[in-house]
Design a protein around this ligand. Structure first.
Ligand code: KG4
Ligand code: ZN
Length: 352
């Protein structure tokens, strides 16, 4: 079985073709970073228009790279939410049109499910596993029990970790997105201890996160620096921030690993996914936490951590193989929690 996947929920226009034997036949990503960089963040209207301009070409490239035409495709999967609604509509309508015109099954995928199931595409990780999903829009810990069965252990009560990286990057004059820039600046730090940053939620008995206080603390420190900050200031602050975010992620994962081990004694893997999982230092630290608890550790290769359509095609395959297709009257969803019970939990409703 072979599925065409589309992703247009944020600032990447992407199409991929994936085989159920876990071969990625094509994976094309057109980044809109250059369109959004002048604004220091993603501008929804610009994103929607850019998806509209590029999606056809991206799909054509993916089909060409795969060596298959639409005749070789068995289903069309697309991010149906959560995300910037203009972009999601572009993707969903395109996928519906292809599915309707070719008489193919249509599968609307929750973007978070795409990130969640990537470790099964790359490493065939068995269910159940514990997932730390850390990106620009999300920061969640989830028990992944089966396709469509997720229990959210914790989420951010304010900002996502990637947002903290992005905002701090902007304040430090490191451009957008902040995460990769902060990672490379941190490598040049000599005295990060001169910036004391808080560790929000550390030691709390639940698995929730909070990053807005960290952002405020960075802003206060930056206000005391020369403008623009010197490279040494940038490097030390970058390392201080990466350390603080790392400490919080490590502490919250420890907490979640305890709960997961009690509830799922058969599960033995910690998976990290989402754009922030591209950070090598954070990966190393989380790997150590997993090892401490006797868990295996999996993080997808870097291009599959950030937004892409291979993860959407793969989630589509997992669903198609189980007969879980979507009616063509599916409405794009700006918000779509993975765990339907999650809105009742603490901190819910803040992020999808
Ligand atoms: O998953 P993703 O591509 O898009 C969302 O769904 O949000 O994640 C993008 C986020 C951005 O906040 C970006 O700054 C962060 O991932 N990111 C990183 C790194 N690479 C990307 N954060 C820290 N270190 C990195 N190396
Ligand atoms: Zn994402």
């Amino acid at each position: 079985m072979i599925v065409l996947g589309l992703e247009t929920s944020c600032d990447e226009t992407a199409a991929a073709v994936v085989h159920h034997d876990r071969t990625i036949l094509a994976n094309v990503v057109h980044s809109q970073l250059d369109n959004h960089r002048p604004y220091g963040g993603v501008v929804p209207e610009i994103a929607a228009r850019a998806h509209l301009s590029h999606l056809d070409t991206v799909i054509r490239h993916a089909l060409a790279d795969s060596g298959l035409g639409l005749d070789g495709i068995d289903g069309v999967a697309v991010t149906g939410g959560p995300g910037l609604i203009g972009g999601v509509i572009v993707g969903v309508m395109t996928a519906k049109a292809i599915a309707a015109a070719r008489g193919l099954p249509f599968i609307a995928i929750n973007h978070l499910e795409g990130h969640a199931l990537t470790a099964r595409l790359t490493d065939a990780v068995p269910f159940p596993f514990l997932l730390l999903l850390v990106s620009g829009g999300h920061c969640q810990l989830l028990a992944v029990q089966a396709v469509g069965q997720y229990t959210r252990y914790g989420t951010t009560i304010d900002d996502a970790a990637g947002e903290a990286f992005d905002k701090a990057g902007k304040m430090l004059g490191l451009g957008y997105p902040g995460g990769p820039a902060i990672e490379s600046m941190a490598a040049q730090a000599t005295d990060p201890a001169r910036y004391a940053l808080p560790r929000p939620m550390l030691g709390r008995p639940n698995c929730d996160f909070s990053f807005s206080g960290l952002k405020t603390a960075v802003r206060r420190h930056v206000a005391t620096l020369s403008a623009p900050p010197s490279p040494a200031d940038q490097a030390d602050m970058a390392q201080a921030l990466q350390d603080a975010i790392g400490d919080v992620l490590v502490d919250r994962c420890r907490q979640a690993l305890k709960r997961f081990s009690d509830e799922h004694p058969d599960g033995r893997t910690l998976v990290v996914a989402g754009g922030v999982a591209a950070n090598r230092t954070l990966r190393r630290r989380l790997q150590a936490v997993a090892a401490d608890s006797g868990f295996c550790f999996t993080a997808p290769p870097l291009p599959l951590c950030t937004d892409n359509a291979a993860m959407i095609a793969w989630a589509g395959l997992e669903r198609l193989q189980r007969g879980l297709t979507t009616p063509l009257d599916f409405a794009p969803r700006p918000r779509w929690p993975l765990d339907p019970m999650a809105p009742l939990a603490i901190g819910a409703g803040v992020k999808a």
